[in-house]
Design a protein. Structure first.
Ligand SMILES: C[S@@+](CC[C@H](N)C(=O)[O-])C[C@H]1O[C@@H](n2cnc3c(N)ncnc32)[C@H](O)[C@@H]1O
Ligand SMILES: [Zn+2]
Length: 455
């Protein structure tokens, strides 16, 4: 724990160690979320926790993820969510600035009003700079697809996370998406944030786009805040995993990966000699200095933030992933903690280590969602007393008021639900079934299996 702490630091530390999932869905009113490129749900979880901290519940009306096992992990962690194993570009298939396609219109009708659209598009779509057709075809640019999704779903606010280098994308993904959102009536701010400033015990720089058409939301002011709490003490590796010191000899997510004999000798050397960087003589030849890979084969320090956690956290050759005090790499559980995925986050719908690596390494750390989500949702709730809640009173949560800059409320479909009892599971099934119809005739219909139990 940091020497200085505050109620926010305490709440974050407790969040990481909570073993029973809060019942995010039952608090009223509910924040209605759509999550694109949803992975295992790190960003949704952060927004759900932010909602809980400001007194709201969460309803993930739609989560789209094309990796089957990641989608399963999402469904396990959000059992009431409408999880769709699908390609985002196939769902939002229209050209930006044009009228919605038939598929988009049906999707919008099924999803209904959306408070917050979340997205963590993958970055590989931006790197193919030689292929002009690919670069110029808006349907192939997944970042701009998020802006298209906003045009279609008309959420009140949009939060997009990406690697910092997207700023320099020669396909100008960020300016193009920004322009689309501004034409659709959103105020947009972008910034590269150091997530250590948002309470994540890790060096992780990420590009954030925040947009809103709510009159009380100033996206630039929220991104400018960039602090988890006022004491602003960076959280350390010890803060995140100090209590798991010997849990790593366990099984499953508490088992470190089995090293080669050479790597075991290297890790043992680091611990025995109390060193953090491996000398050249002990590295494979291709990793000899001078090079930019000093952190590879390195050992983590207790009293600083971790290096960026990637999908390679289980291999000492892929980064500084040796435990600070033990001759082993960090376990999936420890990597999850460093990503601020809490102990109740359930990875067990898959026992495949590569799925754990995909979900943990790619996750948007929930504390990012918490510390951007709290000021965002507070501002979005500002006019609660004036607003007409689109779903009327419900027994499991009401949508947030979605007063917008142009004075409209809720989904463009405009009509309130027939019943004021919103049954999320039924709605999720309905969304899935309609989406299957939309995609019918095509390439095999795959549904994400629902799991009912949360560990
Ligand atoms: C950066 S990760 C998102 C992490 C997620 N937001 C979280 O916090 O856990 C990007 C995800 O997008 C998925 N993905 C990549 N291309 C996709 C596509 N065209 N449609 C849907 N999902 C896609 C990947 O499988 C990956 O899980
Ligand atoms: Zn604090």
């Amino acid at each position: 724990m940091p020497d200085v702490s505050c109620p926010v630091c305490d709440a974050d530390a407790a969040f990481l160690r909570t073993v029973t999932r809060p019942d995010y869905e039952t608090i009223a009113p509910c924040v209605r979320i759509v999550d694109l490129f949803a992975g295992g749900g790190g960003l949704s979880l952060g927004m759900a926790e932010a909602a809980r901290r400001v007194g709201h519940g969460t309803d993930v009306v739609l989560a789209v993820e094309k990796h089957r096992d990641a989608a399963r992990v999402f469904a396990q962690n959000f059992p009431k969510a409408g999880v769709l194993e699908a390609d985002v570009a196939g769902l939002f298939d229209g050209v930006v600035d044009a009228a919605p396609t038939a598929a988009e219109t049906r999707l919008r009708e099924q999803v209904g009003s959306v408070d917050v659209l979340l997205a963590g598009p993958p970055c590989q779509g931006h790197s193919d700079l030689n292929n002009h057709t690919r670069r110029e075809d808006p349907r192939n640019d997944l970042y701009v697809r998020v802006a298209r999704a906003a045009e279609v779903l008309q959420p009140t606010s949009v939060l997009v996370e990406n690697v910092a280098t997207i700023e320099h994308d020669r396909g100008a993904a960020v300016p193009r998406a920004t322009a689309v959102l501004e034409r659709a009536g959103y105020r947009v701010a972008t910034s590269v944030l150091d997530l250590a400033e948002l309470g994540v015990p890790q060096r992780r720089r990420r590009h954030i786009l925040l947009a809103s058409r709510h009159a009380d939301v100033d996206p630039a002011a929220i991104l400018f805040l960039r602090a988890a709490c006022e004491c602003a003490v960076p959280r350390t590796v010890r803060w995140a995993i100090g209590d798991l010191l010997d849990v790593g000899t366990g099984a499953g997510v508490d088992a470190a990966s089995v090293p080669s004999p050479e790597n075991l000798a290297r890790m043992t050397w680091l611990i025995d000699h109390d060193e953090y960087d491996l000398p050249n003589v002990l590295r494979p030849k291709c990793h000899h200095a001078p090079h930019s890979y000093l952190s590879m084969y390195g050992r983590l320090r207790w009293d600083g933030p971790a290096q960026t956690i990637t999908t390679g956290y289980g291999s000492m050759g892929q980064g500084r992933y040796v435990h600070p005090a033990r001759a082993r790499t960090i376990t999936p559980h420890e990597a999850a903690r460093l990503q601020t995925l809490p102990d109740f986050f359930d990875l067990l719908s898959s026992s495949v280590r590569s799925t754990w690596a995909h979900v943990i390494g790619n996750a948007v750390p929930p504390l990012l969602g918490v510390h951007l989500g709290v000021p965002l949702l507070r501002a979005m709730s500002a006019n609660t007393t004036d607003a007409v809640l689109p779903s009327g009173g419900t027994d499991r949560g009401e949508a947030l008021p979605s007063d917008t800059v142009d004075g409209t409320r809720g989904a463009s479909s405009g009509s309130p639900p027939a019943s004021n009892h919103y049954d999320s599971a039924a709605a999720a099934d309905q969304v899935r079934s309609t989406l299957e119809q939309v995609r019918a005739g095509g390439r095999g219909r795959r549904r994400t299996r629902r799991r009912s139990a949360v560990r």
